[in-house]
Write a protein of this length. Structure first.
Length: 222
């Protein structure tokens, strides 16, 4: 499974555009994660931004955007929904971080569908372990609605999470009265979603800067 360093390239690109980044790590299902360990890791690491981010020069009170690639796309959406969990839910915690925007980069948000899949590149065992049957607390299509604005970015040559995956999530949320826009980039695949020189990433960067109320300016020197 991938670790947080796969996000270093786009993290560097965001910093070059004046955006503070809090890149977090969590245990995947191959490293003792799943339900509940992965969620505990993500929750603690994200909450730490509020407590410690200021020490690193970050604006902890401004607009907060959660973004994740592939399995991390599911977790970005989950993190945005986390405050809506029951007040006494251990996964929620006493004071969960507020997320204003959540971006899924070729994510797999529907754990129930993933656990029931056959022949998928990632298999069905991982999403099953991420839910352990508790979809109402772990799978965004079935979780309580949050206040964050959600977006999806998918590429049409992505064999892992083709546009149909994102479209199914947007359709499921539409039935719940929530619009989740999805941007599909032609000619790019799964990895290009996190490639700083890719067309897809340029669209994502523009969306992030817009959410922060900043112009799509040229990068500063690194």
């Amino acid at each position: 499974m991938a670790e947080r360093d796969i996000m270093n390239w786009i993290a560097d690109d965001l910093r070059a555009h004046g955006v503070g980044v809090w890149n977090i790590e969590y245990r995947g299902v191959d490293r003792g994660g799943g339900m509940p360990g992965t969620y505990e890791d993500v929750a603690r690491a994200a909450d730490l931004f509020v407590a410690e981010g200021g020490r690193h020069g970050l604006d902890t009170g401004g607009t907060r955007i959660a973004i994740g690639h592939s399995a991390g796309g599911h977790l970005a959406l989950w993190l945005a929904r986390r405050p809506a969990l029951a007040a006494d839910d251990a996964l929620r915690g006493a004071d969960p971080i507020r997320i204003d925007h959540a971006i899924s980069q070729g994510g797999l948000p529907d754990l129930r569908a993933g656990a029931a899949s056959s022949g998928h590149a990632c298999g069905a065992d991982a999403p099953a372990a991420m839910a352990r049957g508790d979809y109402a607390r772990t799978s965004p299509p079935e979780m309580p609605l949050g206040s964050a604005r959600e977006m999806q970015f998918n590429n049409d040559r992505d064999p892992v999470t083709p546009p149909a995956t994102g479209a199914a999530y947007s359709a499921a949320m539409a039935k719940r009265g929530v619009t989740v826009p999805m941007e599909v980039t032609p000619g790019e695949g799964h990895v290009e979603l996190i490639a700083p020189d890719g067309v897809s990433w340029s669209k994502q960067r523009a969306a992030i800067l817009a959410a922060l109320g900043r112009p799509a300016a040229a990068p500063t020197s690194r």
